[in-house]
Design a protein around this ligand. Structure first.
Ligand code: NAD
Length: 239
């Protein structure tokens, strides 16, 4: 019960890492609002509350947070997890794909942090966890827009952490390596093999291994932690 009495909003909760975070947090005693644009592949636990939230929509954000505040009077934790990937390299990247990546993975994080911070400042407490990637700190060839947004999420997190450090609002980023989710299952097998082969532990991570990192940052165990990068990557970035 590491999250007892916490009210949590998770984005991109229908699948992969977001689903695992939702289920773990509910087990740890949180009141969890699972939001997504898609329905979950498996049902959530009974007590999870479901919200439709397209992270690119300002309106969706304000109505989702309004629903949470109306029901519980507070928002303690936001997990900005929703994300998409695009593989085009720089010279092949069309404006449409670029704008779509920015909208979901970067503007989505901006809108979510802005909405949550407005509530959390009034409370004098709150924890925001933004899911970046190892590709927010290091690079592989290709996937230019994905590197752009994940790098932005890393520095946006640090900026927000410093801006609200004296107000009880903590902001941290999580940097998963290769995790076995529908997102990576849809990737070319030779790309997946290459990343796993380049990972010191020589295996894919599991969504729950990211969820446990988010749990620490969401809980009061990390009250002195803000502006940090939690890398969970089987050793990839240590190389
Ligand atoms: P996933 O595809 O399994 O889940 C992503 C979820 O986001 C889906 O349920 C999808 O419906 C939702 N989503 C997409 N667009 C949305 C929108 N506009 N509004 C709301 N929800 C939306 O992917 P995942 O692997 O679980 O990825 C989760 C996060 O982790 C992403 O930010 C991803 O970039 C990041 N990440 C994943 C890996 C990995 O190896 N799987 C590695 C590093 C970082």
């Amino acid at each position: 019960m590491r999250l007892q009495n916490k009210v949590v909003l998770v984005t991109g909760a229908a699948s992969g890492i977001g689903y695992s975070v939702t289920e773990l947090f509910a087990k740890e005693g949180a009141t969890v609002f699972a939001s997504d644009i898609a329905a979950p592949a498996s049902p959530y636990s009974e007590d999870v509350e479901v919200l439709k939230l397209d992270v690119t929509s300002e309106e969706d954000w304000s109505s989702a947070v309004a629903v949470i505040i109306a029901k519980h009077g507070r928002l303690d934790v936001l997990i900005n997890n929703a994300g998409i990937i695009a593989y085009e390299r720089l010279d092949e990247l069309e404006m449409k794909e670029w704008m779509q990546m920015i909208a979901v993975d970067q503007t989505g994080v901006f809108l979510g942090m802005r909405e949550a911070v407005r509530v959390m400042r009034k409370q004098g407490a709150g924890s925001i966890v933004n899911i970046s990637s190892i590709w927010g700190s290091a690079a592989v060839a290709g996937a230019h827009a994905y590197h752009a947004v994940k790098g932005a999420v890393r520095t946006m997190s640090k900026n927000a952490a410093l801006t609200y450090a004296t107000e009880g609002v903590r902001v941290n980023s999580v940097h998963p390596g290769f995790i076995d989710t529908p997102l990576t299952q849809a990737q070319a097998p030779d790309l997946n093999d290459l990343v796993i082969e380049s990972t010191p532990m020589k295996r894919a991570g599991k969504p729950i291994e990211i969820a446990y990192g988010c749990l620490y940052l969401a809980s009061d165990e990390s009250l002195y932690v803000t502006g940090t990068e939690l890398v969970i990557d089987g050793g990839y970035l240590a190389q």
